[in-house]
Ligand binder design. Structure first.
Ligand SMILES: [Zn+2]
Length: 479
């Protein structure tokens, strides 16, 4: 290649890289054009697993009868400190007494798979965020992450339904891959104005969000595959903020922007409202300033939203189940996918739960897998070598029939009921003696839910905190 071609190539790669970086950031593009999109609700109905993009609730539900969903999503690897941060954010109760649920878009590097299993065991959602965290990911980047979540986290393949593109950098090709690989939905697009604040919809008629990227002009039609737009909030200058909004202003500002955006949904079409977090920004690290003021702001926001009697803090997978069969808010609490039950077991098994109430989870049952940079704990067999994109689940280090072998979860057993050491399912599809405990607490939500108020933290953001935040943004972007 000659020198000019070389420089043009370098320039182009740099441009693409910066585009990708900017998309992982906090702002989104404006002025979407949805003119290319058309969908006939008379033929596209939930009963056909079809849903038109719409700002109104599905099935003609009256907004005042419609549950107000709030999704809190977490991106990137699952590690101890990050896991604790996420737990603190979901420490609120839904109107049926069950704890709030969230969705984690998991990338593989640095992920501890015993925590993947714990997150799932508590009724939260595990979703795919590629192996190495690359934008515009290859088919293998997507499939390798799913394979590892299944192999080392024990998550059933049919429960890994969602995907988010790293840096929110996706193409039409990404969606085609997701659909081919049996995913149910993507959540990488943005909704940043009144003209594209849509409920989740299927791609039977193509995309209706992010049209500025050209994705709406392609022949991207994927019947039954869902898009869950990410909903932006507006800052003081009316610039849309999407992820990690708490990094974009003082806790007071962020609380106000968020409540304004929430109230637009709540008093409008009841579209879900989203809080999209990289937990690394909100977790403490030795030697770095305490992120508590930022964390308090987010925790208080979630608390004040969840005080309303028709607000439900749920995973995207729970919303998907509701979208397929929409019911009134008053009927939501009794839907099977909204219940919170845990197995009653005779002793501790390696299932991500504290079965014997010892105060510890999976006591002395976890395997430690160490491969230099990829160290993790798991209830299952360690691989014989470090997993990679091309070989995400190398053969097991322990052979079937030898001491210490862990048995993979069979398809007819949920991992919360499976003892991988003794190859026993305490509640398979045919069993009648499964014993559950109901985890729901008494609730008495009396708020009339007219919105507008916020008790979010009034702690001022010190300059040092802003500096820390910016450093972390840079680190996270590189990471
Ligand atoms: Zn990410």
């Amino acid at each position: 290649m000659n020198l000019i071609t070389y420089f043009i190539t370098i320039f182009f790669i740099t441009f693409l890289f910066e585009l990708a970086q900017s998309q992982e950031g906090t702002t989104t593009q404006t002025s979407p054009s949805t003119s290319a999109y058309s969908c006939d609700p008379a033929t596209c109905k939930p009963s056909n697993n079809c849903q038109c993009a719409s700002a109104n609730p599905p099935n003609g539900l009256d907004p005042k009868d419609t549950p107000q969903f709030v999704v809190v999503t977490f991106d990137d690897s699952i590690q101890d400190g990050l896991y604790n941060t996420a737990q603190q954010m979901l420490n609120v109760t839904n109107p049926n007494g069950c704890k709030a649920k969230g969705t984690w878009y998991v990338s593989m590097q640095y992920t501890d798979f015993s925590l993947v299993q714990q997150w799932y065991a508590q009724g939260n959602e595990i979703a795919d965020h590629t192996f190495t965290h690359v934008g515009n990911p290859s088919a293998q980047e997507i499939s390798s992450a799913k394979a590892m979540l299944h192999e080392y986290g024990g998550i059933p393949l049919n429960k890994i339904q969602g995907f988010r593109a790293p840096f929110l950098n996706y193409t039409a090709e990404t969606f085609k891959q997701l659909s081919q690989q049996q995913f149910s939905y993507d959540s990488s697009s943005s909704a940043s104005s009144d003209s594209d604040n849509f409920w989740p919809y299927t791609l039977d008629n193509g995309m209706a969000n992010d049209c500025w990227t050209g994705v709406c002009d392609t022949n991207l039609k994927l019947p039954g595959f869902w898009e869950f737009p990410m909903y932006a909030v507006m800052n003081n200058a009316s610039v849309p903020q999407l992820m990690d909004v708490y990094l974009s202003g003082s806790p007071d500002d962020v609380a106000k922007w968020s409540m304004d955006a929430f109230n637009k949904h709540y008093n409008g079409g009841r579209q879900p409202f989203g809080i999209y977090v990289h937990p690394t920004h909100l977790s403490s690290y030795p030697g770095l300033p305490d992120p508590k003021p930022l964390m308090d702001g987010v925790v208080n926001l979630i608390k004040s939203l969840s005080e309303k009697k028709d607000v439900w803090v749920v995973s995207n997978q729970q919303i998907l189940q509701w979208m397929k069969n929409p019911v009134k808010a008053s009927e939501l609490g009794s839907q099977p996918y909204m219940k919170c039950q845990q197995p009653i077991l005779p002793s501790e098994i390696c299932n991500g739960l504290d079965d014997n109430n010892s105060g510890g989870i999976d006591d002395n049952l976890l395997n430690n897998c160490n491969f230099g940079t990829s160290n993790f704990k798991t209830c299952f067999n360690c691989p014989s070598g470090a997993p990679s994109v091309s070989s995400p689940t190398p053969g097991s280090s322990t052979q079937n029939g030898t001491a210490g072998y862990r048995y993979p979860v069979p398809e007819n057993c949920d991992p919360t009921w499976w003892d991988p050491v003794n190859q026993k399912c305490y509640c398979d599809a045919a069993a009648t003696n499964c014993q559950y405990k109901n985890m729901a607490a008494e609730t008495n939500k009396t708020s009339t839910g007219n919105g507008g108020s916020s008790d979010a933290s009034s702690i001022q953001l010190p300059v040092i905190q802003i500096a820390l935040s910016m450093t972390l943004v840079v680190l996270a972007a590189l990471y």
